[in-house]
Every structure is written in C-alpha cells, then in structure tokens.
Write a protein of this length. Structure first.
Length: 147
C-alpha cells in the first residue's frame, strides 16, 4: 500500500533531487558509522582511566614503555584518583587551618572584649564608690578622662 505511493512520489522527483537524496543517504550512513567509531574509541579510553595498571602491565605496551625510557611509573601518575586524593587532603588541611585560625581569632576577640568589659566594669564601680564617698567632682573628672 505504501510502496506504490512512494513509487509515484519518486517518479515526480527530478533527476537532480534523486541524486541529492542518494548523496544524503550516503552522508547519513557515513555520519552514523563515524558516530559508532567515536563511541567505540571512548570506551577503551575510559577503561584506561579507571584502571591504568591494566595497560601498564599489558605485554604490548611494556615494550613501548621501555622504549620511551620509563622504568618505573610513580603511583600518582597511575590514576587520577591518586592525584585527586592528594589534592583533596592538601585542600582539606589548608581549609582546616584557615578555619581554625579564624575561629581562634574570633574566640580570642570575644574573650578579650568580655574581659575588657568585665575589668572596666569592676574598675568603674570601684572608682565610682571611692569617688562618691570622697569627692563627687573627682568622679566626674574620672568619667570624662575615661571617655
């Protein structure tokens, strides 16, 4: 039922457009094949990233590694997780140190202001008592000198 309709439609299309349709089909198949190849190339790359020991211990790559002059490979270059964990711990220590010093400064500042208020309050009440009992004008002079 559909094939006769397509045949009639195909007969109404010009020769130039038919050629363009065939070229479009060829391009579509080529693009889909290239897409399959690119996806196929990504999977081995991801496998090497997740388990680099496999590629290092493979007999084919052993000769290439020795030709390039590598005798040992540092553990941090084997996996990105080794570098990341080192960077993570360094950042964590730095953040902890910064946070600790900020908290210490804040605590010392709070303690300092509390002690200062307490000392000033005690000193003020002691001076007030002695000034009020002795001379009220000395008390006023004292208050103005503290201001």
């Amino acid at each position: 039922m559909i094939l006769p309709l397509l045949a009639r439609l195909w007969s109404h299309i010009s020769k130039r457009r038919r050629t363009q349709v065939f070229l479009l089909l060829i391009l579509m198949f080529t693009a889909s094949f290239a897409e399959i190849l690119s996806i196929g190339a990504v999977l081995p790359f991801l496998a090497v990233l997740t388990n680099p020991e496999k590629i290092i211990n493979h007999p084919t790559t052993q000769s290439l590694i020795h030709k390039l002059g590598y005798t040992t490979i540092p553990p941090s270059s084997l996996s990105p997780s080794g570098k990341l964990s080192t960077q993570h711990s360094a950042l964590r220590k730095s953040a902890h140190s910064t946070h600790h010093s900020a908290l210490r400064k804040s605590a010392l500042s709070t303690q300092h202001s509390a002690l200062r208020k307490s000392a000033l309050s005690t000193q003020h009440s002691a001076l007030r008592k002695s000034a009020l009992t002795k001379q009220p004008t000395a008390y006023c002079q004292l208050i103005f000198s503290l201001s």
